[in-house]
Design a protein around this ligand. Structure first.
Ligand code: TXA
Ligand code: MG
Length: 310
């Protein structure tokens, strides 16, 4: 515990100095910087090679802090009570006098906000007097990082400090919901949409690929392991790794399993690590068997579909 306190102090020092650092969250690792500082936020875009028209999520510790930057509404409060801190990101209206850097939002009037659950990240946020902009800690279009080694694989020595919080518990990014007018889902993620529907007592619009959104749909290739991947495969070709949703009796060298018994939470958690491993093991192509759309299956299929645009 002592060492984690001193690491948080170190992290704070870098952030106060307008540097960006990698931080653990319960979904995936983030590349964090002071959301009120143009300098810090520009560094995030540069490191990630992220197009400037793709806005960032801002991470808060408390509602009090958020109230300074955004207008809150009833749907938000209902969902916040139930799911935050946790793997859900809300799109809210930005206040005119908010201090959020215009670089974070690409001059938009809305802001993506999240309350992360990882105890180290929360502890860090509590010690700062600004919220943290943090996209996933990976080079744009690549796979998100779920542990320190992944972050190092992505950025090498370019990141000055990584706050080590072990392996991310959920392994896929947060679910994004737009709460500006009629609630709509902009990205499938670690929180099952049906759980959100239960709280709001209505079916949600799904706007995953809407051209009007700047959200993830704009970029076709994403979450890519850096080698070709095909989905809904019945069989693997000789040179392909075969990614399967449950264990098989026969063991073949090119078989990789997302779960023992078709469990979608387990599969989502391991997805990015297994894709990274397949590439490290030397395969140059991946075939993935058909995966059901139940629960987090939707999120897994969304990521695999984008990865298949390679
Ligand atoms: O789990 C997560 O959400 C992780 C951890 C680090 O918190 N973060 C993450 O951030 O996945 P990022 O930048 O990789 O993905 C954020 C997505 C982007 O695709 C962006 O287009 C969308 O959120 N976004 C950000 N601001 C938005 C806004 N104002 N309106 C619509 N979409 C927005
Ligand atoms: Mg990302």
């Amino acid at each position: 515990m002592k060492s984690s306190q001193s690491n948080i102090k170190k992290a704070k020092k870098y952030l106060d100095n307008n540097d960006c650092i990698a931080v653990p969250t319960e979904t995936v690792y983030g590349l964090a910087g002071n959301a009120y500082s143009n300098i810090a936020v520009k560094k995030i875009y540069m490191l990630k090679k992220r197009p400037v028209n793709n806005p960032l999520i801002v991470h808060y510790h408390s509602l009090e802090q958020l109230k300074k930057d955004c207008d809150l509404n009833d749907n938000f409060l209902k969902l916040y009570k139930k799911f935050s801190p946790g793997p859900i990101t809300y799109i809210l209206k930005l206040k005119k006098n908010s201090k959020i850097s215009k670089v974070v939002t690409n001059n938009k009037k809305t802001l993506a906000v999240r309350f992360p659950k990882h105890y180290l990240f929360r502890n860090l946020l509590k010690n700062l007097n600004y919220p943290l902009a943090a996209p996933s800690a990976n080079i744009s279009t690549s796979l998100s990082s779920v542990k320190v080694l992944d972050v190092q694989d992505e950025f090498g020595l370019k990141i000055k400090f990584i706050l080590n919080g072990g392996k991310s518990k959920l392994g896929v990014e947060s679910t994004i919901i737009n709460l500006l007018d009629r609630p709509s889902i902009l990205r499938y993620g670690a929180l099952d949409v049906s759980k959100i529907e239960k709280i709001l007592k209505k079916k949600l619009l799904i706007k995953i690929n809407s051209k009007k959104n700047i959200s993830p749909g704009l970029f076709k290739l994403h979450y890519s392991p850096g080698i070709p991947l095909r989905i809904n495969a019945r069989k693997a070709h000789k040179d392909e790794a075969f990614l399967l949703i449950k264990k098989r009796k026969v063991k073949l060298k090119n078989y990789y399993y997302l779960s023992k018994k078709n469990n979608m939470d387990e599969a989502a958690k391991g997805l990015y690590s297994i894709l990274r491993k397949i590439k490290k093991d030397g395969f140059e192509r991946i075939a993935v068997e058909k995966i059901s759309n139940k629960g987090l299956g939707k999120t897994i299929n969304d990521r695999l579909k984008r990865a298949s645009k390679y």
